[in-house]
Write a new protein. Structure first.
Length: 344
């Protein structure tokens, strides 16, 4: 099979008649200029040593070289190898807890910041896998749908801050449901769901969502943020400056602790893995990223393609030979006729 890589450049062939006409015009102009010096017969005798056939040969060689150069620039390609190409990939949805307790500082610099840094590293490592983001607290919504645009996903990740979800609390069940909806109904792709939270589920309606994940073949990996010991939740004023810790109606400091039992159960039931990210959160997230990016995804595309090989070198080489030959054609009659005779 044969094709051109830049077929549009072939329109440059239309320049060849223009170049030929330009050469004819230049020759006619030279002839008229010579006519001004005297009679035609005398001029012919004076220019008898100049070979018109030599000039015509040089013009023909130049036009042929230009045609070959245009052909080379259009990238002629020949293909005779048909290969089967298979592409693998997976869909990864990250559900990130944005509740107030995620600002606790038992993971450096705090739970949410450590989680966002890890998700950012995951996005950087993906290659051919789609990534989606779900924000949740007392309710959940899709922050970024599944996409291969990793730069856009990173921008949406940076915008995930406490207060983005207006309803306080933590509803793990709704987070799972919204994330599962985000996968869509496309079959044949490996689907991984990552839930990053401190595990304090204030609603308790998670079992149905877990069973749905099992039925749909979605592996749920859970990341427990923080320590199992109670730590205070920082408080911030309207300008975003820290002003102590959250307090309840009685004035007591509100504490938060990791509830890893629920997260372990969700991971075990769906065939995923549980990771504990506390003071050394980086190591746990590194294992998660390696798990998600180190394996093989499901085959998502298989098709036959013809492999084409570039052949512009042939045409470029011929063009250079013709240009060199054009410079070697003499303009004096006897030498030119002898040179042309050797080409026959």
């Amino acid at each position: 099979m044969f094709r051109f890589g830049f077929e549009g450049l072939l329109y440059a062939y239309l320049l060849l008649p223009a170049l030929a006409a330009l050469e004819w015009w230049a020759a006619a102009r030279r002839r008229r200029a010579l006519d001004r010096f005297g009679e035609r017969g005398r001029i012919d005798r004076l220019t008898a040593a100049v070979s018109r056939r030599g000039r015509a040969a040089r013009t023909a060689l130049m036009l042929a070289a230009v045609m070959l150069l245009v052909t080379a620039l259009a990238r002629p390609q020949f293909g005779d190898r048909v290969e089967t190409v298979r592409r693998e990939g997976q869909d990864v949805v990250v559900a990130l807890d944005l509740s107030a307790s995620m600002e606790a500082e038992d993971a450096a610099p705090n739970r949410l910041a450590a989680a966002k840094l890890a998700v950012g590293r995951l996005i950087q490592r993906l290659d051919g896998d789609r990534i989606g983001l779900v924000a949740f607290a007392g309710e959940a919504f899709v922050q970024s749908p599944l996409t291969l645009d990793y730069a856009a996903a990173a921008l949406f990740l940076n915008a995930m801050e406490p207060g983005l979800v207006p309803v306080p609390g933590t509803d793990l069940g709704q987070a799972l449901e919204v994330a599962l909806d985000g996968f869509g109904e496309l079959e044949g792709r490996s689907r991984q769901l990552v839930v990053i939270t401190d595990g304090e589920d204030h609603e308790g309606a998670i079992d149905a969502a877990v069973e749905r994940a099992v039925d749909e073949g979605v592996q749920v990996h859970t990341v427990g943020m923080g320590s199992t010991e109670g730590v205070p939740i920082p408080s911030f004023d309207e300008a975003g400056e820290p002003n102590g810790f959250l307090r309840d109606a009685e004035g007591s400091v509100v504490t938060t602790r990791l509830d890893d039992a629920t997260l372990r159960r969700v991971a075990d039931r769906t065939g995923g893995a549980y990771y504990h990210a506390a003071a050394g959160a980086g190591a746990a997230f590194d294992r998660l990223v390696e798990e998600l990016t180190g394996g093989e995804g499901a085959e998502i595309e298989s098709r036959e393609v013809t492999r084409y090989e570039e052949q512009y070198q042939i045409f470029l080489g011929l063009a250079l030979v013709l240009l060199l030959a054009e410079t070697l054609v003499p303009e004096r009659r006897r030498a030119a006729e002898a040179w042309i005779g050797r080409l026959r």
